[in-house]
Design a protein around this ligand. Structure first.
Ligand code: ADP
Length: 364
C-alpha cells in the first residue's frame, strides 16, 4: 500500500484513538456524577445504606471501565479492517493511474484506465483517458505526417535524380527543355517547403493576426483583380454578388487576401472552361459571410469532409500537375479559425460544383 495507504490507515487509527480517549475521559468524569444521581433516586426508594451505595458505585465504575476497554478494542479492530478497505479503495485506482501513465510515458499510447466508482478519482481517470486519447491521435498524426512528407518529397526528387542521371549518361539531351523540367521540379520542392513552413506556423498559432476594420468588398476585389487574366485565359466567367452597403469586418487584410486567393484560385483550378465562379458576400447577424461558389468538378460527401486535411487531394495526379500539395485549404482553415470563424464546404456531389464559406465578425 506504500505511503498514501499507510497515511490513510494511520489517520483512521488516530481518529479512533482520539475518539476512544475522549469517550474514556468523558465517561470517567461524567459517569460517577450521573451514577450518584441515580443512587440518590434509588435511596429515596429503598432507604439509605451507605455501604450498598459505595459498593454499587465501585462495581459500576469497574463495569464502565471494562466495557470501555472491550468496546475500544473492538472499535479499533473494526476501524483497522474498514480503514484498510477504504485505503485500498482510494489507493488502488491511483496505483493503476500511475502504472498507466508510466506505460504512456514509455510510448504505449493505447493505455486506458477503468474507473469503477463515480467519484473524484473517476473524474481524474476520465480526464486521464481523454489526455491519453489526444496523445494517441497526435502521435498518429505525427507518424502520418512524416509518411506524407516523405512521399511528397520523393516524387520531385526522383524526377530530378533520373533527369540528372539521363544527362550524365547522355540519354537526355542537354537542352533548355530538360533544364526547364528540372527547374520546374525544384520550384515544386521550393513551394512545398514554403507551404510547410506556413502550415507549421499557422498550426502552432505563431502567425501574427492583426485584425483591423476592413471593407469586405475591397478584400474580394483585391483578390479578383489579380486573377482576372487567368479566368479570361481559361474562359471561366467570374461574377461577384456584393451588396452595396456592407459593414466593415474585423480581419487581418493580408491573411484574408491569402484565404480568398486560395479559395478563388481553387475554384479556377477545379472548374472546367465555360464554367462560372461567383464570389458572394452577405450580412448574417453580427457577421459578414463570404461564399466562393463554382460550377466545377464538385466533391463527394467523403471528399468534402476531408479537403481540409493536410496533404489531402481528391485526384493526386491532377493536382500535382499544377503543383498543389493539398496544404492550401488546411492553411486557409487555420487562418479563418484564428479570426474566430470556420471554413466550410458544401457540394451537391461530383460534377455539381462546390461552395466554400466562412464568416467574419463585424468590426465594432
Ligand atoms: P491543392 O494545392 O491540391 O489545391 P488544397 O488544400 O487547396 O490543395 O485543396 C485540397 C483538395 O481539395 C484539392 O486537391 C482538390 O482535390 C479539392 N478542392 C479544393 N477546392 C476545390 C474546388 N473548388 N472544387 C473541387 N475540389 C476542390
Amino acid at each position: 500500500m506504500k505511503r498514501l495507504g499507510w497515511k490513510l490507515l494511520l489517520s483512521h487509527i488516530v481518529v479512533v484513538v482520539v475518539g476512544s480517549a475522549v469517550l474514556g475521559i468523558v465517561a470517567h468524569f461524567h459517569a460517577p456524577r450521573a451514577f450518584q444521581t441515580h443512587i440518590l433516586r434509588m435511596q429515596a426508594l429503598i432507604g439509605t445504606d451507605s455501604g450498598l451505595a459505595a459498593d454499587l458505585q465501585r462495581t459500576f465504575s469497574e463495569a464502565i471501565g471494562e466495557i470501555l476497554v472491550v468496546s475500544g478494542a473492538a472499535a479499533a479492530f473494526a476501524a483497522l479492517i474498514v480503514s484498510s478497505f477504504v485505503a485500498w479503495r482510494i489507493v488502488a485506482p491511483i496505483r493503476s493511474l500511475t502504472a498507466a501513465s508510466k506505460r504512456i510515458a514509455a510510448g504505449d499510447y493505447g493505455e486506458r484506465v477503468v474507473a469503477q466508482w463515480d467519484d473524484e478519482i473517476a473524474d481524474l481517470a476520465a480526464s486521464f483517458n481523454r489526455m491519453a486519447e489526444t496523445l494517441q491521435q497526435t502521435e498518429a498524426r505525427r507518424v502520418e505526417l512524416i509518411g506524407d512528407l516523405a512521399h511528397e518529397l520523393k516524387t520531385p526528387l526522383t524526377t530530378i535524380r533520373s533527369m540528372m542521371e539521363g544527362l550524365v549518361d547522355g540519354v537526355l539531351p542537354a537542352e533548355a527543355e530538360t533544364f526547364l523540367d528540372i527547374q520546374r521540379e525544384t520550384r515544386r520542392l521550393q513551394r512545398l517547403t514554403d507551404e510547410l513552413r506556413e502550415l507549421s506556423r499557422t498550426e502552432s498559432g505563431t502567425v501574427p493576426i492583426r485584425p483591423q476594420p476592413c471593407e469586405p468588398g475591397a478584400l474580394v476585389e483585391q483578390v479578383l483583380g489579380r486573377l482576372t487574366v487567368q479566368f479570361e485565359d481559361k474562359e471561366i466567367r467570374l461574377r461577384r454578388d456584393i451588396p452595396e452597403r456592407l459593414p466593415l469586418v474585423s480581419a487581418d487584410p493580408e491573411r484574408m487576401v491569402q484565404v480568398l486567393t486560395n479559395l478563388v484560385g481553387n475554384a479556377l483550378q477545379y472548374t472546367p472552361s465555360g464554367g462560372t465562379v461567383i464570389v458572394r458576400l452577405r450580412r448574417a447577424g453580427r457577421t459578414v459571410v463570404f461564399n466562393v461558389e463554382d460550377t466545377g468538378i464538385g466533391l463527394s460527401r467523403e471528399e468534402a469532409s476531408r479537403v481540409f486535411e493536410r496533404f489531402y487531394r481528391v485526384e493526386k495526379s491532377r493536382s500535382r500537375l499544377h503543383g498543389g500539395s493539398g496544404i492550401g485549404l488546411t492553411i486557409a482553415a487555420h487562418l479563418v479559425d484564428a479570426h474566430g470563424g470556420r471554413l466550410t464546404v458544401e457540394s451537391a456531389g461530383p460534377g455539381l460544383g462546390s461552395t466554400f464559406s466562412f464568416a467574419l465578425p463585424i468590426a465594432d
